[in-house]
Design a protein around this ligand. Structure first.
Ligand code: SF4
Length: 158
């Protein structure tokens, strides 16, 4: 077992086809690939962990004050999103994870921008349900565009 600090990464960034459309995203980061080879990367998808199927209807956050997440057809998936976030936090706590690289714009994983709830691909400042919960518990969240910063932080925290 590797005792060096681990990093959480959105599963879809590591080639797992867990996105709502059944696709994945490609993350071209040599530094992250190095961590993968050292068994220091934990891949996780909060939405799948929360019980949602793949593929699934796209969902967007409608309200942050009282968290409310709806699919495009109006199905309330708030509970699944919250359960996924809680499971992600539990996993981070089990592995003492303090840094995460999460997929920008996702209603679960987005860290600085998400869609505005209109399903018109309009972006607004904000974060997804999982990113918010992890951040509230002191975990540093970075997007896939900030991988080098995430690894610098991982090394700084030791
Ligand atoms: S919830 Fe996160 S890990 Fe899962 S598909 Fe969406 S962005 Fe990727």
């Amino acid at each position: 077992m590797n005792d060096e600090a681990k990093i959480l990464v959105s599963a879809c960034l590591l080639g797992e086809p867990v996105r709502y459309d059944g696709q994945c995203k490609a993350l071209a980061s040599q530094a992250l690939k190095q961590l993968l080879s050292e068994d220091r990367v934990i891949a996780f998808c909060p939405e799948v962990a929360g019980g949602l199927s793949t593929p699934r209807e796209p969902a967007e956050i409608q309200s942050w004050q009282t968290i409310h997440v709806l699919t495009a057809s109006g199905h309330d998936v708030t509970k699944a999103f919250q359960q996924g976030a809680e499971q992600t936090l539990k996993l981070c706590q089990q592995h003492a994870i303090r840094v995460a690289v999460l997929t920008e714009l996702s209603p679960s994983c987005g860290s600085s921008q998400v869609y505005d709830g209109s399903f018109r691909r309009e972006r607004i400042s904000g974060a997804g349900i999982t990113a918010l919960l992890l951040r509230d518990h002191g975990i540093k969240i970075f997007s896939q565009y900030q991988t080098n910063q995430a690894i610098t932080e991982l090394n700084r925290l030791g």
